[in-house]
Design a protein around this ligand. Structure first.
Ligand SMILES: [Zn+2]
Length: 452
């Protein structure tokens, strides 16, 4: 028997751009790349069905593998800053990250932008996958966040040393800044990420100012671009978003409090925004006892502000990219990667097609490493493809149920769908919480009662 030339997919083709879906479409894959795409009726005779493995299940949609614009593959589903920065040894973090990378791929995410790492774990994960040793998404990675005392990552008390396991490096002056950028590029990051503002719950007056001055941000953007890397920032506050956009950063994460001036600066300097609203929505949804009522309402207020401000940015023409923030315990790996699209539809007024675009082709703006090789079903691009039941342009929630996907292809090959074995936590993967509440003595019953 003659070996097949590749795969022939038939079904509704949603190509990742804003093109209308092709209802009766066909996609030809040979080797790791897409060979042809169009209507099934126009399939050229050289792509004879008999020469290909045909995948043509009724009612299915074919779309590009998702590109998650914001993951932290080295964070290990940390429950707290302490767990993330302090206890777990780098060797164990790296092995955990490989374990989790497979889960992310199995959720239909074939590429990720990793938006800050502990140690240099993310680079190692990227390279271990790229060299074919392990299965996982194609990673583009930023290094540790560059923070000063006002950035969210300087979250430990000033009377202790800045922890080396923190997902950030502390800079104290302009020379430190330049040195941090050059060192990270030596350590093979694809992007620089700055801790440009503080965050809810890290300090009480979190969301007012920018951590760095405009002059410092310009220095960062210029040096990063001079060395050919993408420049991104954590920027929840109005000023952090505005000044980073003015300084010529490529991407703003969050930008919840961006205003008209910030939006104008984004449009002028072609800056994109990756909101990662899934984290906030999940924090509210999980109703964390340890954050308390004020924490919960702070997240709720930020969601409301971000909905309004980011809708304005989106309507004005600022590209918006979907990212999940997977890596923290509110967003475990492999489970929430399709949620951001539904949030974009519900809160930013996107159509499902626009939301899919935000999670595929639009997200390639963050991915220099694979340039224009991913994100769209187009001849010549890598065959990272999903085959899913139903029509996600009618029901965007379909993309939140990866176990129901028929196929996940990466580089022209169906990936292994066997779920990884469940893992146990090691004692050092801990938070500083002994008990989440007070175990109070109840005099009426003479027994203990947990209160919050
Ligand atoms: Zn993040």
């Amino acid at each position: 028997m003659q070996a097949k030339k590749g795969y022939l997919f038939k079904g509704r083709v949603i190509d990742g751009s804003l093109n209308a879906p092709i209802e009766q479409g066909a996609v030809v894959v040979e080797g790791e790349r897409i060979q042809w795409v169009g209507t099934a009726a126009q399939l050229p005779p050289q792509y004879d069905e008999r020469d290909y493995d045909v995948i043509a299940l009724p009612g299915r949609s074919i779309l590009p593998g998702l590109i998650d614009g914001h993951t932290h593959i080295s964070f290990g589903e940390s429950r707290s800053e302490e767990e993330n920065a302090l206890y777990t040894p780098p060797e164990f973090r790296t092995l955990k990250a490989m374990y989790y990378a497979k889960k992310v791929l199995q959720a239909g995410v074939t590429s990720c932008f990793d938006a800050a790492t502990t140690y240099n774990v993310a680079q190692a994960v990227r390279d271990a996958i790229d060299t074919g040793m392990f299965e996982g998404p194609r990673f583009t990675v930023s290094g540790k966040q560059i923070t000063n005392h006002q950035g969210l990552e300087d979250s430990f008390p000033s009377w202790m040393e800045f922890p080396v396991g923190q997902s950030a490096v502390l800079v104290k002056n302009k020379d430190d800044l330049i040195e941090a950028i050059r060192l990270q590029i030596k350590e093979e990051v694809d992007a620089i990420k700055v801790s440009g503002s503080n965050d809810n719950l890290i300090t009480p007056d979190a969301l007012g100012a920018s951590a760095f001055t405009l002059e410092e941000l310009k220095l960062i953007a210029d040096e990063t671009h001079r060395l050919g890397r993408l420049c991104s920032t954590h920027a929840r506050s109005r000023d952090a978003a505005l000044d980073a956009a003015r300084a010529g950063f490529d991407n703003l994460f969050h930008a919840s409090y961006i205003d008209e001036e910030g939006i104008e600066a984004c449009l002028k300097n072609k800056v994109v925004i990756t909101p990662t609203l899934t984290l906030l929505v999940n924090l509210v949804g999980a109703n964390p006892d340890n954050a308390g009522a004020s924490g919960k309402s702070a997240f709720q207020r930020e969601i409301e502000a971000a909905s309004e401000n980011l809708t304005r940015a989106w309507k004005a023409g600022v590209p918006i990219i979907a990212g999940s923030e997977s890596g923290w315990s509110p967003v475990p790996y492999g489970q929430w990667h399709g949620k951001e699209m539904e949030i974009f539809v519900d809160l930013l007024g996107m159509t499902p097609l626009q939301a899919i675009h935000a999670n595929t082709l639009a997200a390639t703006r963050l991915i220099k490493r694979y340039g224009n090789e991913i994100g769209k079903i187009e001849a010549g691009r890598l065959a990272d493809l999903l085959v899913v039941p139903g029509d996600p342009t009618k029901d965007i929630r379909i993309l939140q149920f990866p176990k129901r996907f028929d196929y996940i292809f990466k580089g022209g090959k169906p990936i292994d769908r066997t779920p990884p074995m469940p893992r146990k936590r090691k004692w050092y993967e801990r938070t500083k919480i002994f008990l989440d509440g007070l175990y109070e003595f109840d005099e009426e019953t003479g027994t203990g009662k947990l209160t919050h």
